[in-house]
Design a protein around this ligand. Structure first.
Ligand code: GSH
Ligand code: FE2
Length: 370
């Protein structure tokens, strides 16, 4: 046997251990913190050396044990580059290959359940995380989810794999364990034979309650599940080598704004803010402006006016490119400037929709109500 399927009943999560039978090098996909003892036992029983702990996405319903497995079993942690899991030792991009012994896993970027979500292909198996579930799929209503992106990932990425590929999902809520691409393509109730518009309508009508542990799980999973009891976890700041003071998770940014120690500055264009949605409490200071995305000639003066003496400044944009440039400029101006990781992720349409549904949510976490 070269792969083992394990189940966490509390969250209905499947964890997978794959290994190379010759070298005994192993990887674990989506490990759950409450099951770390069980997983270490499985590794011991099979005489395995864990080389990688992989995430399919930043989970909202349980906490990963990836960080613990790095400490306890010497695994290297790896996560999709678009998930903001800054503590992972390797950030995976579409098509990246991970090797363990003579085996290899290929990463497929499959946005939809979350913007960064990935599936992993190993031989004629695919580990689909929450992108494709058996006769279902991951929800798309939080954490940068997008039904349109998920439809594309399902129909144009996963369903292009050979029909005989075995599907191993990230969860099953009905006790099913595996499926195949051919089976899901033909019978999956949400996507088989559906147009994009029909699929989006189905996803929009789901109205599922939020996962019970979302507020605890997402911040923990953004740093590989390593929880710290200190109220302000400095681990959430990743020092930047040069240019500006650091990269900050949404959670820490939120804490700093709430405590008044930092000012939040939104460097998106005026047009983006109007179309995509405003972030309550953020001061608008565009880095560039339409038309032509020219530099805002008044950026320095507007920023200086926005940040009182002695306060930190947090820079936010859509995806984290302009906010890095703006944080670098702010540092040159003598400010203590931080970049918010991932920015205001997602495409304008979906954010606008999410905003219309009421209650602004920023990267899946509740932001201050305006
Ligand atoms: N009831 C579960 C949450 C279940 C849930 O929302 N699961 C997510 C995966 S993280 C999902 O995408 N579910 C799809 C579905 O239920 O159709 C909990 O409270 O933890
Ligand atoms: Fe999920």
């Amino acid at each position: 046997m070269q792969h083992i399927q394990l189940f966490d009943t509390a969250s209905s999560t499947y964890t997978y251990v794959l290994f190379d039978a010759t070298s005994h090098e192993a990887v674990i996909i989506d490990p759950v913190d409450d099951q770390v003892e069980r997983d270490l036992q499985v590794l011991r029983e099979h005489g395995l050396k864990l080389v990688w702990a992989l995430e399919t996405h930043a989970h909202a319903d349980h906490i990963t044990s990836a960080g613990l497995l790095a400490e306890l079993a010497g695994a290297k942690t790896t996560a999709p580059a678009g998930c903001g899991i800054t503590t992972a030792s390797t950030q995976l991009n579409d098509g990246d290959v991970l090797r363990f012994g003579g085996e290899q896993i290929r990463a497929l970027h499959t946005p939809g359940h979350t913007a960064g979500s990935m599936c992993f292909v190993w031989r004629d198996h695919v580990f689909t995380g929450d992108t494709l579930l058996i006769n279902g799929c991951g929800r798309t209503d939080f954490q940068s989810g997008s039904a349109a992106a998920l439809y594309h990932s399902l129909t144009e990425v996963l369903f292009k794999l050979p029909d005989a590929t075995t599907v191993w999902p990230g969860h099953d809520y009905l006790g099913k364990t595996q499926s195949s691409i051919g089976q899901e393509k033909a019978t999956n109730a949400r996507v088989a034979g559906k147009t994009l518009a029909e699929f989006v309508a189905i996803m929009d009508a789901l109205s599922l309650p939020p996962p019970k542990r979302i507020l605890e799980a997402v911040p923990a999973n953004l740093h590989s599940g390593l929880r710290h009891d200190a109220p302000v976890a400095h681990e959430l700041v990743q020092r930047h080598a040069d240019g500006y003071a650091g990269d900050v998770s949404v959670t820490l940014a939120h804490q700093w704004v709430e405590s008044g120690e930092a000012v939040l500055v939104d460097v998106r264009t005026d047009a983006e803010r109007a179309w995509v949605g405003f972030v309550p409490g953020a001061v608008p200071v565009a880095w560039k402006q339409w038309p032509g995305m020219d530099m805002n000639p008044d950026f320095d003066a507007q920023l200086q006016a926005a940040v009182p003496e002695g306060k930190k400044v947090l820079l936010l944009c859509r995806s984290g490119v302009r906010s890095v440039a703006a944080a670098t400029r702010a540092t040159e101006m003598g400010l203590q400037a931080y970049n918010i990781l991932e920015g205001f992720e997602g495409d304008p349409d979906e954010n606008a929709q999410r905003n219309r549904r009421g209650g602004w949510r920023f990267n899946g976490l509740p932001w201050r109500q305006g």
